[in-house]
Design a protein around this ligand. Structure first.
Ligand SMILES: [Zn+2]
Length: 97
């Protein structure tokens, strides 16, 4: 599928490059980062999401999971596991450099 540009559904200002048809809710990084930076009250979750902000900027997957939690306050067990695994991968990748 070719990528195309679509206006962010939140701020209706920035254009976002959409690469996958699975990406139904289109938001720009700026709008996502608002939720990413939102403080988490749940201690266990706060610990899981306690990774450098840069990683959220770099990695769409990490950002989308964190965004979802910030916005809806809920995640499935599978999403959580996938997030933790992605963080591990990121740590390994960062250690290589
Ligand atoms: Zn936006």
């Amino acid at each position: 599928m070719p990528s195309y540009k679509q206006r962010c559904m939140v701020c209706k200002n920035s254009y976002v490059l959409v690469k996958s048809s699975r990406q139904k809710f289109v938001t720009c990084i700026d709008c996502e980062m608002i939720y990413v930076k939102k403080p988490i009250e749940n201690k266990k979750m706060a610990e899981i999401f306690d990774i450098p902000v840069d990683w959220y900027m770099e990695n769409y997957f990490l950002r989308s999971i964190r965004y979802q939690y910030g916005r809806w306050g809920t995640l499935t067990e599978r999403q959580l596991e996938a997030f933790k695994k992605a963080v591990e991968d990121m740590k390994k990748e960062k250690a290589k450099k």
